[in-house]
Design a protein around this ligand. Structure first.
Ligand SMILES: Cc1cc2nc3c(=O)[nH]c(=O)nc-3n(C[C@H](O)[C@H](O)[C@H](O)COP(=O)(O)OP(=O)(O)OC[C@H]3O[C@@H](n4cnc5c(N)ncnc54)[C@H](O)[C@@H]3O)c2cc1C
Length: 325
């Protein structure tokens, strides 16, 4: 397959490609041919205003392109399978800002921006997760919203954002709606986003950004790895006791889960007793599978250990800073 022709029409570029014999053999690609025999065409748009993007989303089904770090690998060697709405011209979706009630991450905020941002200790788990997303090059390009919309069970961004009670802002030409992250990611590669909607921001309530936090990812090697299990924990301390804990585990179910049973068990527990409190917890929230990376039983035991370590990291963070709230 190689580029054939390009011409722009009202800010939408129609790209036409000749198909290689191998691509012609693909039934799906053949069905997508719109012009003439053997030639595939697709539309590409790169709006600079949010309204324009939302207007385009009403016209037909587009695939949204942000950093492209999930989008391009998913294409494999095949041709583009859909029209592409590139949101990299939407500067309004970039960066982190604060309101009276929330800390707001624009959808296009990259993982590197998260790492460099001056955020409270409760966000340390998100920063640690950001450092685990691929390599520095991937962190510079990949976005926080792309990670959520791709909805991989192993997405590193989901457990910390769950433990921060994040919600997502979804905009369409019809208006805006907010969904808790737990109601947005519905399953493996499945979200509650409709085709007309763009995820525009992620909101973290100030009330949930108290305390300190930790994140631990277990993989088969140290770097550039898909996790076997990961845990994010946020703790608010009251002297030697835990006043509040928010814990979530990823890669041990189709969607990362908050461990509400364990959170209730830890409330009021002595900080020094964390390991004992978790030792008999049976993780009813998780439904791990056996796969090439680990067995279900191994994943549960791994979740137990990394949950302890994430909690210990959070408590260490508090000791270092000398403040809990
Ligand atoms: C080498 C490599 C290593 C990686 N390692 C990790 C890792 O360790 N951990 C990890 O979690 N991920 C990893 N990833 C995956 C990827 O980098 C992240 O998920 C990243 O955050 C995706 O963001 P993006 O902007 O590149 O998304 P894109 O690829 O642009 O988009 C991803 C999906 O989200 C949709 N989308 C994007 N933005 C929006 C929006 N605003 N509204 C609606 N839909 C949207 C797209 O249509 C697409 O379906 C890796 C990828 C590569 C290539």
């Amino acid at each position: 397959m190689f580029p054939f022709d390009k011409h722009a029409k009202e800010r939408i570029i129609r790209i036409q490609m000749n198909l290689s014999p191998a691509a012609r053999a693909s039934k799906r690609a053949w069905e997508r041919c719109r012009d003439w025999e053997g030639r595939l065409s697709m539309d590409y748009a790169r709006p600079t205003e949010l309204e324009e993007a939302l207007g385009l989303l009403c016209t037909k089904r587009w695939t949204i392109l942000a950093g492209g770090t999930d989008f391009y690998p998913a294409l494999g060697a095949g041709p583009m399978k859909s029209d592409v709405l590139d949101i990299n011209g939407l500067s309004a979706l970039q960066g982190i800002h604060e309101t009276e009630t929330h800390i707001v991450f624009g959808a296009r905020t990259s993982w590197s921006t998260v790492i460099d941002a001056p955020l409270p200790p409760a966000f340390d788990m998100l920063k640690r997760a950001a450092r685990e997303v691929g390599s520095v090059q991937i962190q510079n390009t990949g976005t926080i919203a792309g990670n959520l919309c791709n909805a991989s069970p192993a997405a590193d961004g989901v457990p910390p954002l769950l433990a921060l009670d994040a919600d997502v802002e979804l905009r369409s030409a019809e208006g805006v709606r907010h969904l808790p992250l737990s109601a947005f990611v519905l399953g493996n590669r499945e979200t509650a986003r409709t085709p007309e909607e763009l995820l525009t921001a992620i909101h973290v309530p100030r009330a949930s950004s108290r305390g300190a936090s930790g994140f631990v990812k277990l993989g088969a090697r140290r770097y550039l790895v898909i996790s076997i299990a990961m845990a994010a924990a946020r703790v608010v301390r009251d002297g030697e006791r835990i006043a509040e804990a928010a814990i979530s585990v990823g890669s041990c179910s189709a969607v990362a889960q908050r461990l509400s049973g364990l959170e209730a068990q830890l409330k009021g527990a002595m900080c020094a007793d964390i390991r004992r409190a978790i030792s008999d917890y049976d993780f009813p929230e998780l439904s791990p599978i056996d796969d090439v990376r680990g067995t279900a039983a191994y994943r549960v035991e791994a979740a137990r250990e990394i949950a302890v370590r994430a909690l210990e990291q959070a408590l260490d963070g508090m000791d270092c800073r000398g403040a809990a709230a």
